[in-house]
Design a protein around this ligand. Sequence first.
Ligand SMILES: Nc1ncnc2c1ncn2[C@@H]1O[C@H](COP(=O)(O)OP(=O)(O)OP(=O)(O)O)[C@@H](O)[C@H]1O
Ligand SMILES: [Mg+2]
Length: 328
Amino acid sequence: MKIAFVGKGGSGKTTLSALFIRHLAAAGHPVVAVDADINQHLGPALGLTDARAAALPSLGAHLPEIKEYLRGDNPLIRSAEEMIKTTPPGPGSRLLRIVEENPVYAACARPVALDEGSVRLMVTGAFAEEDLGVACYHSKVGAVELLLNHLLDGPDEYLVTDMTAGSDSFASGLFTRFDLTFLVAEPTRKGVSVYRQYKEYAQDFDVHLRVVGNKVQGPDDLEFLRREVGEDLYACFGQSGWVRRLERGDEPPLRELEPANREVLARLQTAADAAHGLRDPRRYSAQAVRFHLRNAESWGNAKVGADLADQVDPDYVLGAGRPRTAGV
Ligand SMILES: Nc1ncnc2c1ncn2[C@@H]1O[C@H](COP(=O)(O)OP(=O)(O)OP(=O)(O)O)[C@@H](O)[C@H]1O
Ligand SMILES: [Mg+2]
């Protein structure tokens, strides 16, 4: 299951993604955690020291090797240089699995031990001030888009991404690559306006969106979110003393999280698991192709000096291999 946490800056994306990751790991599920936010905070939120988090290898820095590996011997992709972030897999491409050893994980993923269980963590890498809002941000999250387009994940394994919800995320196809997107919203006008924007943009792309209220302090907050978000409101995480302890530098064990908030994490897992049944591999692959053709036309062809539409095998469906011709 591929899960994203998005939301306004400061809404609690990192806090809730880290908690959800810990919840899944504590239940013994394999988890790959991905930090694709502009503010790279997932490592520390999972308990890494700042020094260890800063020393993590970045996906952005390993893009050429990632491309070389994923390309495999797909004859439609002549070289890693011709592979752009949206180049879809095809026959001969290498696919990734959540539980395996592969050169991408060896280069870019690091194990993080939690109080219960452990996960693999990958980070896009920090964004320099001058990167923000421009091509560099996209090329960094582009690595995540490539990984997701080449990922074969099963029902009891999870990839959880901490992401931004700004308009930056809509410039790439990344926001369409998840089975489920949790939009974290504080009970404020700004919090819900980010939700509305996201929903409006996402509705043309079959994005499964659920709103998770955060820092909800009482009936008024709840009422506000219910009124503003309606049926997309899926769960509400309360203002948490446990999170405050974390913030003060304690290392509270997960089992001490407030029971009501722990219940919210279980509910998020229920939604994530249910999203598996809504998968449509054909649509997923078709959407990857759609974004690829769009990117090829707007900048990829010019950058690479070739017609990147030729990289598409129209019959290829991720997870199904290449369907045999009817009657053969
Ligand atoms: N439920 C909660 N109870 C108490 N404090 C919370 C809660 N959720 C988040 N916080 C606090 O709010 C602040 C912002 O949270 P967090 O860093 O998770 O947000 P974010 O959306 O990831 O922010 P950014 O956009 O900066 O990445 C942090 O100080 C965090 O400890
Ligand atoms: Mg964050």
